[in-house]
Design a protein around this ligand. Structure first.
Ligand code: PEP
Length: 229
């Protein structure tokens, strides 16, 4: 089971270090795998029980791409895991499917583990277009890639405190599982009070947690619950 923390634009290098030091005091059971995605400025070669990943990277080794980081910057810290297609990248920074696919292919060719996010907007859900929308987000993505993890994150559930209902998550995970054998995560307002229920959904291989993961004690409490599941 995978438990992943997405810091988004939160935490500094110092607070990330303190977070990871505290996390390292946790005992993991063999079936739990942790990921932490700090902001780019806090990437480092941490001694950590969690796999450290980047939230975003440009599809080049280095070059004239002001404001971006690329393969060379990730290699400096031994980072081999990347989050791609997050709804905030798609909807706030207008990343197109074509652009995301370019990044996916570049980092796939480098052998990166990729946590690839998909999820419908409220508008699409209300139109009954959830599955066509998700299909579009899978266009160009190699669903047979052996280092792929897919996170289903309905946009309307991210950072809103309102998680999707168990049956809706189950339906979408079922749909995704017919297309890929990659582990499937759910993300969208996962917290201490709902993590057990979410992890008990068939085909749910773990969770991607945003806001509730930023406090390390909260994150550890959720890991403890996951261990009992
Ligand atoms: C996320 O950032 O991937 C996320 C799911 O955020 P939150 O848990 O805050 O909804």
């Amino acid at each position: 089971m995978i438990i992943a923390a997405n810091f988004k634009m939160n935490h500094t290098r110092a607070s990330t270090k303190a977070y990871i030091d505290r996390l390292n005091c946790t005992e993991l059971s063999h079936d739990v795998r942790l990921f932490v995605f700090p902001p780019a400025t806090a990437l480092d070669r941490y001694e950590s029980i969690a796999t450290i990943g980047a939230q975003n990277a440009y599809c080049a080794r280095n070059g004239s791409y002001t404001g971006e980081i690329g393969l060379e910057q990730l290699e400096e810290f031994g980072i081999k895991t990347l989050l791609l297609g997050h709804s905030e990248r798609r909807h706030i920074f207008n990343e197109s499917q074509e652009f995301i696919t370019k990044k996916f292919n570049f980092y796939k060719d480098q052998g990166f583990e990729i946590v690839y996010c998909v999820g419908e907007t409220l508008e699409k859900r209300e139109e009954g277009a959830t599955y066509t929308y998700i299909e579009e987000q899978l266009e160009g993505i190699d669903l047979g890639y052996e280092r792929l993890i897919i996170a289903y994150e309905p946009v309307w559930a991210i950072g809103t405190g309102k998680s999707a209902k168990g049956e809706d998550i189950q339906e979408v995970l079922e749909f995704l599982s017919q297309k890929t054998s990659a582990p499937l995560l759910y993300g969208g307002s996962v917290k201490r009070s709902n993590i057990a229920e979410i992890l008990s959904i068939p085909k749910c291989g773990g969770v991607l947690i945003g806001s509730a993961s930023w406090d390390v004690e909260e994150f550890i409490a959720m890991i403890e619950i996951a261990k009992e599941n």
